[in-house]
Design a protein around this ligand. Structure first.
Ligand code: BES
Ligand code: ZN
Ligand code: ZN
Length: 477
């Protein structure tokens, strides 16, 4: 992981990144007259990125540009940070100093964030891991305006995002439901939040019929993890609740997926990774919010006793579900968690799940499909966080008629809708198990990508951690 620190001095040997506006004074950074002339010439040509290669070190200059709005500007700086990260790693540089010439703190932080997120690697299974590991280890920030707290938050949120990526990238033969719960326990110990893990017997005793049913085809037992972070200075009386889909592998069960749809399905616990890693981040940062995190976890396999289409399952809340597609397993386990969560009387519940191919088909990797019953103000606040951190949300409708698609004559509901509006019918299914303000985030599109995309590295993206951290930072009395 990349370390970020404030620094009060700039060594003449350091690689430098100068973040500034077009009127800046560059005379103090060891640049020769020829180099300065070159810089001013580039600025006159309205160049916004200027490279000076002094061989023993590099100086990169980024000049603020007028974008459509501030969020576009910040995203451009994150992307530039990621590119610079590649340049310095190619140089085998270990440390760079970012200099904030003109007090444009948000841009400086965005640039550093792009560098840190782009520097991620998942190479623990490579024998030459040491050799191929990125050289860049430390980012120093020289700024009068950036605060210690901003640096600390950036470090925490970058680390938490990378942890989420690690969990997603870890394959099921190294991370089953029991091991996933252990990872949450470790994170709770390290960051300071409570973690309790229910085993299969407890899950059965609680009558979580959905989770038990999905687990029937598996050899490994399911787990249900309850995390709680309750600081003394919490500003909220009722907790915020986060619920994450923890399908550690989705074969589709007996409704088995073709290989082309299955090969990335270690990602199907991405929602749970976001929940655990957000708990980690808020606890590390000591945010004054009381938050509960719930993770139902299992793999979904077509084992000998696997649940089969036609089965009728009694869920945690007593409702019966006619299961007609074993591949619609996420909603079965989330429903139990949402129902179990009622006992916390939450102020707001946000669930995150790689729930439907339909969500990915609708908007791709570019955003998250959102829907729910929370009021407009709450939705707007979450959407604003999404715009700020560029983990954008698109709200889908939850019209009553979609609920009709889940009707069946022989049970209270079936677990699939029709051929259309698949992301929404999945949401409508979950809605039946909630009794509090709720937002459902279907992250099937952005959670896992098959090639690097700017600072989002190939595989797990950790999408959702930065969104929720920003959102929870805004909670005031
Ligand atoms: N885990 C999948 C959804 C998914 C697809 C996640 C692509 C990430 C990328 C989910 O469990 C699933 O299989 N959903 C089915 C539901 C259908 C059977 C109603 C789907 O989307 O096809
Ligand atoms: Zn599935
Ligand atoms: Zn799934």
């Amino acid at each position: 992981m990349t370390t970020i620190k404030l620094t009060s001095s700039i060594s003449p040997k350091d690689n430098l990144i100068l973040i500034c506006n077009a009127k800046s004074d560059f005379s103090k950074y060891g640049l020769s007259k020829t180099e300065l002339d070159f810089i001013y010439k580039q600025i006159r040509k309205e160049e916004h990125t200027i490279h000076i290669n002094q061989y023993e070190r590099r100086i990169l200059i980024y000049i603020e540009e007028d974008k459509k709005n501030v969020n576009y500007t910040l995203e451009a700086f994150r992307k530039a940070g990621n590119k610079a990260c590649g340049t310095f790693n190619a140089d085998k540089a270990e440390q760079v100093t970012i200099v904030d010439l003109d007090g444009i703190t948000a841009q400086v932080l965005a640039f550093a964030e792009g560098m840190m997120l782009g520097n991620y690697q998942f190479i623990r299974y490579k024998k030459d891991a040491k050799k191929i590991a990125h050289s860049l280890k430390t980012i120093l920030v020289h700024s009068k305006q950036v605060s210690q707290k901003q640096i600390q938050h950036l470090q925490i949120v970058a680390d938490a995002t990378q942890k989420a990526r690690d969990l997603v990238n870890e394959p099921v033969n190294h991370l089953n439901a029991v091991q996933l719960a252990k990872e949450f326990e470790k994170m709770g110990k390290e960051a300071g939040f409570k973690v309790e893990v229910f085993n299969k017997a407890k899950i059965a005793a609680l009558k979580m019929g959905g989770l038990i049913a999905v687990n029937l085809g598996s050899i490994d037992p399911p787990t249900f993890t309850v995390m709680e972070y309750k600081p003394k200075n919490a500003v909220n009386k009722k907790p915020y609740m986060l619920v994450g889909k923890g399908v550690v592998y989705d074969t589709g069960g007996v409704s088995i997926k073709p290989n082309s749809g299955m090969d990335t399905m270690k990602c199907d616990m991405a929602g749970s990774a976001v929940v655990g890693c957000t708990m980690y981040a808020i606890a590390k940062a000591g945010l004054p919010v009381h938050v509960v995190g719930l993770v139902p976890a299992t793999d979904n396999r077509p084992g000998m006793n696997a649940y089969v289409p036609g089965d009728i399952i009694t869920m945690h809340n007593g409702m019966t579900v006619e299961m007609l597609n074993a591949d619609a397993e996420g909603r079965m386990i989330l429903a139990d968690a949402l129902s179990y969560g009622k006992k916390y009387n939450p102020e707001l519940t946000i669930d995150l799940a790689t729930l439907t191919g339909a969500a990915a088909a609708a908007i791709g990797k570019y955003g998250t499909v959102a829907m729910g019953t929370a009021d407009k103000k709450t939705f707007d606040a979450l959407k604003d966080s999404g715009e700020r951190v560029n983990e954008r949300l698109v709200e889908f409708p939850m019209w009553e008629e979609y609920g009709d698609l889940l009707k069946t004559e022989i049970a209270d509901m079936k677990n699939i809708g029709g051929p259309y509006a698949g992301a929404i019918t999945a949401g409508k299914f979950l809605e039946k198990f909630t009794s509090y303000p709720w937002i459902h985030l279907d992250i099937a599109g952005p959670a896992f990508i098959d090639s690097a995309w700017d600072y989002k590295t190939k595989g797990g993206t950790g999408i959702g951690v930065r969104l929720l951290f920003d959102f929870l930072c805004q909670i005031k009395k």
